[in-house]
Design a protein around this ligand. Structure first.
Ligand code: PAF
Length: 278
């Protein structure tokens, strides 16, 4: 695997690669790689061409400095994992390589900015779009892969791509789960054994809503789901929403594409999860 830490070296290498006709697939990550990330890389590999994984803990998307400080950064392990699955290129820049001092950024992402995750993490999607824009601009990928776990993030990035006419195809890959249902996340390592058990209420409740879904009973389902999560010890619910999968507005009995989304603090760790219904 080729490893680049500077934008210039990566750019030069990509000129040759693109000249050889290879399609460029990008999997942007913040590292602490787990099977969820690796499944994105494997999907990219299945489609052919070269696969670039970026690992960059993006300070601009953290609204809590403590969260940024605690974010896991096991780079040597990550490199091993990428080598084991034959990833072609790793881009692992320092913060100063991607951002100049006092750089400003604002993208109009409409109402998505203040909904669900956006409401609880002000500025988060500005930070995400800032870095993804930089990566797209530098790498100019043909296709970029993101996980369904960050469902709203995928919508925000799709919005940016449409708004800015980026010639990139976006692919959303399914959530990878532990055998007991917990959605894989780099943050799961912060869960204590007790938290880990309590965290299962999130995937269980999403699964229950999917199994019991009835378009005429959405309010009742949402109410019961919220109650189940609130009743779980050690879990502090931020939101549970049964929403239109295209707009994230609350779903009603005419909504065709439905997604149930949840965010909660389990112990000290904030987790998100979702499930597509129908
Ligand atoms: O999903 C993530 O890991 C991050 O938000 C992303 C897309 C790599 C941007 O930093």
């Amino acid at each position: 695997m080729k490893i680049f830490t500077t934008a210039n070296e990566l750019r030069q290498y990509l000129v040759q690669l693109k000249a050889s006709g290879a399609a460029i697939n990008l999997v942007p990550t913040m590292g602490a790689l787990h099977q969820g990330h690796l499944s994105l890389i494997q999907e990219a590999q299945r489609r052919g061409g070269a696969v670039i994984c970026s690992i960059f803990v993006n300070p601009k998307q953290f609204n809590d400095p403590k969260d940024l400080e605690l974010y896991p950064r096991p780079i040597l392990d990550d490199i091993k994992k990428l080598e084991q699955i034959n990833c072609d290129i790793l881009f692992n820049p320092a913060v100063s390589e991607l951002y100049a001092d006092n750089e400003s950024w604002h993208l109009n992402i409409g109402e998505l900015e203040g909904m669900l995750e956006g409401k609880f993490r002000p500025g988060h999607y500005q930070g995400v779009t800032h870095v993804v824009h930089k990566l797209f601009d530098l790498i100019k990928p043909d296709t970029a892969f993101f996980g369904q776990k960050d469902y709203q993030q995928f919508m925000v990035i799709s919005h940016m791509v449409a708004e800015m006419n980026f010639p990139v195809n976006l692919v959303m890959c399914p959530i990878q789960r532990e055998p007991d249902g917990l959605a894989m996340s780099s943050r799961n390592i912060h869960l204590t054994p007790d938290d880990r058990q309590h965290a299962l209420i999130l995937s269980k409740t999403l699964h229950w809503v999917k199994q019991n879904f009835n378009p005429n009973n959405i309010q009742r389902l949402k109410h019961d789901a919220e109650k189940a999560i609130r009743d779980e010890p050690g879990v502090e619910l931020a939101y549970f929403e049964i929403a239109d999968g295209d707009t994230l507005h609350s779903a009603d009995n005419n909504t065709k594409k439905i997604v149930a989304l949840v965010a909660a603090k389990v112990g000290k760790t904030r987790l998100i999860d979702n499930v597509l219904i129908g």
